[in-house]
Ligand binder design. Structure first.
Ligand code: NAD
Length: 384
């Protein structure tokens, strides 16, 4: 029964084939820059979008220098490119990495100062970004609908948060996700599940975000294995695209928690993809939070298909964790996780970094440095 606000400035267009409607959205006569990555050029998606724009008479430049986990230099190179080429509106085609780099660069191109001011020193952008149209190609980050862009800096991942970081339009077309290979489908899908679960359990949750998160959790449990098994399964891709966008909205409004906080040092030091790190940290974070959220954890189990009749909330809460582990096994992530966690990191450094993340303040159970240290010890120093 708490009071809350809900603010989603990004317009959403959703559906199979809606990418063809892009010209209706573009501002007449303004030079277009398409931002993407080499992988999307290789699978032919970049040409698909480029042709739609060219066929409608726009002048187009293409920038494909984005790589996973974008850093300050990548943002600064893209900003210079925008300014030197006189780009007037930006189209992004890609996963969270391209989207985040473009979200920040399209603000930096029209504002003074350094990225450090906005990322670390709480400065707000004075001018709104260049018009930004986003085509997500993974069903994972939800970045197309969030007011944050995650950029690696000072050996950690940190969000640039600002009202002007929201894209103007998210054009979510499941057709653009069919070429995502199985492994990337699995880890980006687990990323979306992490967003939904953290938003659902966190202190910032409200009745609106709970509705979005619950639907996202159910859709992911039902359709991620199908999208993994057959990337061309249109119904599975459609529902995963719905789920990741819902989860993105939920996390943007409700916040995240311990899983994303623990993921920060893991991604930055081990150079792991965001989705894989979240995937293997999720069960640990959920188990840590059971004591604070038994009823909601029990709901998660039910949403993921666990038969809960005759069991106590406590028992079903633990079954939610087991169900997520089962999903990891089904998606063949278990061996990959063991391989990646076969390192012996500096536990104190990792724990301090995680416990200092502002996201951890939204976690339903208070998490100290020692708590984070214990979880990391469990992951990296126990028998597998
Ligand atoms: P990504 O953008 O890093 O892309 C990973 C790989 O997938 C790339 O090699 C790319 O070429 C390939 N790929 C993407 N779509 C494809 C397709 N349809 N077909 C074939 N290959 C394709 O992956 P991601 O997981 O979407 O993004 C991760 C980034 O997003 C991280 O930096 C993370 O921190 C950030 N993130 C941001 C937010 C936010 O709200 N801003 C939320 C969560 C994560």
């Amino acid at each position: 029964m708490k009071n809350f606000g809900f603010d989603l400035p990004t317009e959403i267009e959703f559906g199979i084939g809606v990418y063809k409607d892009l010209p209706k959205e573009l501002e007449d006569g303004k030079r277009v820059l398409i931002v993407s990555d080499p992988g999307l050029k290789k699978v032919g998606l970049l040409d698909k979008i480029k042709n739609v724009v060219i066929d409608n008479g726009y002048e187009v430049d293409v920038y494909t220098e984005i790589t996973p986990n974008p850093d300050e230099k990548m943002v600064s190179d893209l900003t210079s490119y925008i300014n030197e080429n006189g780009s007037e509106q930006i189209v992004v085609l890609g996963g969270g990495s391209s989207i985040d780099a473009a979200k920040v660069a399209s603000c930096m191109a029209v504002n003074d100062g350094s990225l450090e001011d906005y990322q670390w020193n709480n400065r707000s952008f004075e001018n709104c970004s260049l018009p930004l149209f986003v085509f997500p190609t993974t069903a994972g980050t939800g970045s197309e609908v969030t007011g944050v862009a995650v950029i690696t800096s000072r050996n950690t991942k940190k969000g640039v948060v600002d009202k002007y970081i929201f894209p103007d339009k998210a054009i979510v077309d499941p057709e653009l996700m069919k070429s995502l290979p199985p492994y990337l489908t699995a880890i980006t899908g687990m990323d979306a599940l992490t967003h939904a679960i953290e938003a659902y359990l966190g202190l910032g949750a409200n009745v609106f975000t709970d509705s979005l998160a619950e639907r996202a959790i159910k859709l992911i449990a039902d359709y991620l294995p199908r999208a993994y098994a057959n990337g061309g399964d249109e119904e599975a891709r459609y529902n995963m695209a719905v789920a990741s966008t819902l989860a993105g909205i939920a996390m943007d409004q409700a916040g995240l928690g311990i899983v994303h906080s623990l993921a920060s040092p893991v991604c930055a030091n081990l150079h792991l993809s965001h989705g894989l790190a979240n995937s293997f940290l999720l069960p640990y974070g959920m188990e840590f939070n059971i004591i604070a959220r038994k009823a909601k954890m029990s709901n998660i189990a039910e949403l993921m298909g666990v038969k809960v009749a005759d069991l106590s909330k406590e028992e079903t809460a633990y079954l939610a964790v087991r169900k997520v582990e089962e999903l990891q096994r089904e998606l063949e992530l278990k061996d990959k996780i063991v391989e990646e966690t076969n390192v012996k990191p500096d536990l104190d450094k990792y724990a301090e970094n995680a416990a200092n993340m502002f996201l951890i303040n939204n976690n339903p159970r208070k998490a100290s440095i020692d708590d984070c240290r214990n979880i990391f010890k469990n992951i990296f120093y126990s028998e597998k």
